[in-house]
Design a protein around this ligand. Structure first.
Ligand code: ZN
Length: 189
């Protein structure tokens, strides 16, 4: 492949990713971070492809991405979905797990590939959960909390041996949200 072909392919990949991110209502800053596009180019893309589509409501969001982690673990439903989303990010190779099962950045990934893999994980999650609790921005926040700040980590349930995400600064009872729910129900039955 010639250099110009590579550049062309790279530009197509960036464009495709930007369109996917706009469709997922990612914030302008997030789209810029993954694609390197200017705010002006993102605005034009949004105007050209989404503003005039009849029946389609795509919001253009600005401001900062969410950075709190409580939302991932403060209800059984969200905790289960956040665990599913984290597992999908891992399966789509957005990050890897170390020998100690900690999420770790894949250094060879460039921003476009990372963004594309997070979109793959998020779109699979949307197909699996008819009323998803988390947006793409929250998927990006989940990645950030697992890989960058390590405020969340993967733990393994002593009852079903499945993985779940755990708040680093909270007590880990080694029970996934589903087994926790079952235990609660059996205590109240
Ligand atoms: Zn379990």
């Amino acid at each position: 492949m010639r250099i110009t072909d590579n550049r062309y392919r790279g530009e197509i990949d960036r464009f495709d990713l930007a369109v996917r991110l706009i469709r997922h209502e990612a914030r302008t800053g997030t789209i810029r971070r993954f694609t390197g596009f200017t705010e002006d180019r993102i605005r034009k893309l949004y105007g050209a492809y989404f503003k005039s589509v009849a029946g389609e409501q795509i919001l253009r969001r600005r401001g900062k991405s969410p950075r709190q982690i409580a939302r991932f673990v403060n209800s059984t439903c969200r905790h289960t979905e956040a665990t599913l989303l984290a597992c999908l990010c891992r399966l789509c190779h957005a990050f890897k797990l170390t020998d100690r099962q900690r999420a770790k950045r894949i250094n060879s990934l460039d921003d476009v590939v990372l963004g594309t893999r997070l979109c793959d994980a998020f779109e699979t999650y949307q197909r699996l959960c008819p009323s998803p609790q988390f947006s793409f921005e929250w998927t990006w926040n989940l990645y950030h909390a697992l890989v960058e700040t390590r405020e969340l980590y993967f733990s393994w349930c002593d009852t079903c041996h499945g993985p779940y995400i755990q708040d680093t600064y909270a007590l880990d009872y080694r029970r996934c949200p589903l087994c926790e729910q079952k235990a609660l129900l059996s205590r109240t039955a």
